[in-house]
Design a protein around this ligand. Structure first.
Ligand SMILES: Cc1ncc(COP(=O)(O)O)c(C=O)c1O
Length: 373
């Protein structure tokens, strides 16, 4: 293969920029500092203290009685392992943007029979369509896999209602990709038949990237036990049995990021899941008001994300140039639309994690300045 990218020597003199992209997002200094500690062994008592603390604190924060796995890797890991652990043959994936499409791609790559329920980008998945598909299909679906927050379009799917529908089909598991919203958008996991839900640390948890968080119920654990083949690294059984026996991870984890996680999760517990949800709602409301004044929201009305605003470029501003100018002049970074499809048609603001209405307002002021709005 001919190399396309040449080495660019790291110079380490990049100016600091405030992140308003849909992750990674801003991380508090105290959390960053936690990572700079002498190393210790992953089979020491200290590791058991660290891992059991972050697992149990996460359960408490999310208000779930299900099991929690925190694995070194990113959210992508659980696209793959939830498919391997739960799907024999058929999986139904409602697709409404790039990330839900990628979930379907992953399952195909793993040799599963994937049916997509396709929505236009910007539209949300409807529970009634899922019901119809489950009722009328001649296939048995092992899994329905739905993205909660489609980061490419800024759509928040009604996973609670979809979960209630899938719950009526006891042999069909409901897997939720909540990568870009869990921690910033309240979801009652145990109440809505959500068998597996996962996220990445660098999004609404406001931690450094490198950890994937997954909540798994007993039924999903049991389901994996019945299967001849499953994921090794992300095997629910392997991860949870190891936790039960030793309070550790089955292989060497990214200890510094777990130290950062411990610090940030204490902070999240102090704020509380519902208060965090409320703060994110306020940011969403502010961005909508601003977008309505200058542009328009891209998602179908009523399904706008609480963590990623996707704004339709109704004024035809030069999105790339505006991003550049805001970065140069104000040291703030926001995102263009996703991929070639939405690149200049939309732009995105990650209002997640540690951001507040005030910090988001600083960005919208900067965009107004740069785009001369
Ligand atoms: C909705 C969604 N799912 C999955 C992913 C993949 O997550 P990661 O890059 O942490 O593996 C992303 C990343 O942005 C995402 O936004």
């Amino acid at each position: 293969m001919a190399p396309v990218t040449k080495k660019q020597e790291y110079t380490g003199d990049y100016p600091e920029k405030t992140l308003y992209i849909p992750g990674p997002t801003e991380v508090r200094d105290a959390v960053i500092q936690e990572m700079a500690q002498p190393m210790f062994g992953h089979r020491m008592d200290r590791m058991t203290d660290l891992y059991t603390t972050i697992v149990e604190d996460t359960k408490e924060f999310l208000g779930t009685d299900n099991e929690v796995i925190i694995l070194t890797g990113s959210g992508t890991e659980f696209w793959e392992s939830s498919t391997l652990n739960l799907v024999d043959e058929n999986i139904l994936v409602p697709t409404c943007g790039s990330f839900s499409e990628r979930h379907a791609n992953v399952a195909e790559r793993l040799g599963k029979d994937v049916d997509r329920l396709e929505y236009e980008w910007g539209e949300a998945v409807k529970p009634a369509d899922i019901r119809e598909e489950l009722e009328t299909s001649d296939k048995h679906y092992d899994v329905v896999a739905c993205v909660m927050n489609e980061s490419s379009t800024g759509v928040r799917n009604p996973v609670e209602e979809i979960g209630d529908v899938v719950d009526e089909y006891p042999d069909t598991y409901f897997v939720v990709d909540a990568v870009s919203c869990l921690g910033g958008d309240y979801v009652d996991i145990d109440e809505h038949g959500i068998d597996v839900i996962f996220a990445s640390s660098q999004k609404a948890f406001a931690m450094p990237p490198g950890l994937a968080i997954c909540v798994v119920n007993d039924e999903s654990y049991e389901r994996e036990l019945e299967k001849d083949e499953a994921s090794w690294y992300g095997g629910f059984q392997r991860c949870l049995d190891y936790y039960d026996r030793k309070g550790q991870t089955h292989s060497t984890p990214a200890i510094p990021i777990m130290l950062a996680y411990r610090k940030q999760m204490k902070h999240m517990l102090e704020e509380g899941h519902e208060a965090r949800d409320q703060r994110h709602r306020e940011m969403m409301a502010y961005v909508h008001e601003w977008a309505d004044e200058h542009f328009a929201m891209f998602p179908e009305e009523g399904y706008e994300s609480q963590t990623v605003a996707c704004i339709e470029n109704t004024q035809g501003i030069d999105v790339a140039a505006t991003i550049e100018q805001v970065s140069e002049k104000h040291d703030m970074v926001f995102s263009n639309g996703y991929g070639s499809q939405l690149g200049e048609e939309t732009f995105r603001i990650g209002h997640m994690g540690e951001h507040t209405v005030e910090s988001i307002q600083a960005l919208t002021d900067a965009i107004e300045d740069a785009a001369d709005l």
